[in-house]
Design a protein around this ligand. Structure first.
Ligand code: FES
Ligand code: FES
Length: 168
């Protein structure tokens, strides 16, 4: 458990309950209300702001995180419902401050423009490549169908993913 969390909880006025979430390999104590979404808790209580709130209604994919390795929409999940699951956010996929190969490929291929969709795109494609090291272009498009990008036209994102696939 991360030191400092308990101290923060003491300071925090919350009428809800205290739960333990496993986030990026660490157990984090957090005070939540039953209605709090996973996205709210990650961003506002755990200061993990990589997952973005676009629509808040399950339409855009900008809030995508991994739950036991599978992409999920954090805006649609209640924090109390994911106790005991392994949550991975974009902050958790770089090791020792080194970007993951996919993160580097997104930068190298110009697949990040405003960046609002990027964490969701990268986490969805991380899950894809974990399950299928050599996805076809169609597989990539299918894996990203829940992630909307307003900037890139998608081709640069697909090229970035294909470049990592080709390294495997
Ligand atoms: S913010 Fe979750 S799908 Fe858009
Ligand atoms: S880079 Fe701007 S929404 Fe995708």
């Amino acid at each position: 458990m991360k030191r400092g969390n308990v101290k923060n909880l003491e300071k925090e006025k919350c009428s809800g309950k205290i739960i333990t979430l496993t986030v990026n390999g660490e157990e984090r104590l957090v005070a939540v209300e039953d209605r709090d979404t996973l996205l709210d808790v990650l961003r506002n209580k755990l200061s993990l702001t990589g997952a973005k709130e676009g629509c808040g209604t399950g339409e855009c994919g900008s809030c995508t995180v991994l739950l036991d390795g599978q992409p999920v929409l954090a805006c649609l999940m209640l924090a109390v419902g994911v106790v005991g699951k392994k949550i991975t956010t974009i902050e958790g996929i770089s090791a020792g401050g080194k970007l993951s190969p996919l993160q580097t490929a997104f930068i190298d291929h110009g697949a990040v423009q405003c960046g609002f969709c990027s964490s969701g795109m990268i986490l969805s494609s991380t899950a894809l490549l974990s399950a299928n090291a050599k996805p076809s272009r169609q597989d990539i498009r299918k894996a990203l169908e829940g992630n909307i990008c307003r900037c890139t036209g998608y081709n640069k994102i697909i090229e970035a993913i294909e470049s990592v696939k080709d390294q495997k």
